[in-house]
Design a protein around this ligand. Structure first.
Ligand code: MBD
Ligand code: FE
Length: 285
């Protein structure tokens, strides 16, 4: 972690409030209507699982009140998006994509922002003068399941900087830093110059951090690139890519790593950075 004089240390409440606001802007209005029968079924089963845990482990009033205080705190810190995406979303993603033939996906997480600046097929992501980190060339091709290149496919990419901070969720980072929508060329190819993200610790100073500390867990996610890849007539893939050798690929706090998603970057010819090729295969819609 390299703190410079003009770096503001983000607090959990900053990223939490931004993630909560982002969720209400982008997602909550598009939640499909769910029938009373299904709501009743799902709510009843979740509550029964809670009741069974209380009975099995003879949960005390002190423990019940600690839970109640903690749940209230999660809301006050704006950490419901973080909590749900770290400990629940991976199963929703698995269920949603189980019949896919094309590339594997992974969870979206709390820090996606739609409508990032559109960039050409070979491009450098928006970054600060002297952006810290190891240069990374991430390139590949987007194809359909029969191998046909998907001209003009859109590769949305977002990731943390070398300090683990996401633009729009940490103070002092330019709006679209390390975010972009890259439009692949007529052969479905793209070539993205960026800075390799560092392993990432979820905020430890909020309620999710309290749970992690109280349970003796760790807060780490492996370094990762986030992507959404799409083309007309095809299913959008939301995914993440990781880096072999990162110790947290085998114990991600968010359980979002799959073997197919681990990259093996090699040093570039000039020795200043890394490069890696990864192709995306999209299922028909
Ligand atoms: C992240 O950057 C992330 O990708 C997830 C899933 C949760 C917290 C922070
Ligand atoms: Fe992330």
């Amino acid at each position: 972690m390299n703190a410079t004089n003009d770096t503001v240390t983000p607090a959990a409440a900053d990223s939490g409030a931004s993630a909560t606001e982002r969720f209400f802007t982008d997602k909550s209005s598009s939640v499909a209507d769910t029938s009373p029968e299904r709501v009743s079924l799902l709510a009843r089963e979740v509550l029964e699982a809670v009741h069974a845990t209380i009975r099995r482990h003879k949960v005390t009033y002190d423990e019940y009140n600690a839970l109640k205080a903690w749940l209230i705190g999660v809301g006050q810190d704006g950490e419901w998006p973080l909590f749900l995406d770290v400990w629940v979303e991976h199963v929703v993603e698995q269920v949603a994509t189980e019949s896919r033939e094309g590339s594997k996906g992974s969870i979206e997480g709390p820090y996606y922002v739609p409508d990032s600046p559109e960039l050409p097929a070979e491009t450098t992501l928006p970054m600060r003068e002297g952006e810290e980190g190891t240069p990374l060339l991430f390139q590949g091709q987007v194809r359909d399941v029969s191998g046909t290149p998907l001209a003009g496919a859109r590769v949305e990419i977002w990731h943390a900087d070398d300090d683990g901070y996401y633009s729009q969720f940490a103070p002092g980072v330019p709006e679209w830093n390390l975010r972009g929508t890259v439009v692949a060329d007529e052969n479905g190819n793209f070539k993205i110059h960026t800075m390799q993200p560092a392993p990432y610790q979820i905020p430890t100073d909020g309620s999710c951090g309290k749970l992690i500390a109280a349970a003796g867990w760790h807060a780490w996610r492996p370094a990762h690139l986030h992507l959404k890849v799409s083309a007309p007539g095809h299913q959008l893939i939301t995914t993440q890519l990781y880096f072999r050798g990162d110790e947290h690929v085998s114990d991600d706090i968010a359980s979002a790593v799959k073997p197919e998603l681990i990259l093996d970057p090699r040093p570039t010819g000039d020795g200043t950075g890394h490069e890696v090729t990864y192709d995306f295969v999209l299922d028909p819609a």
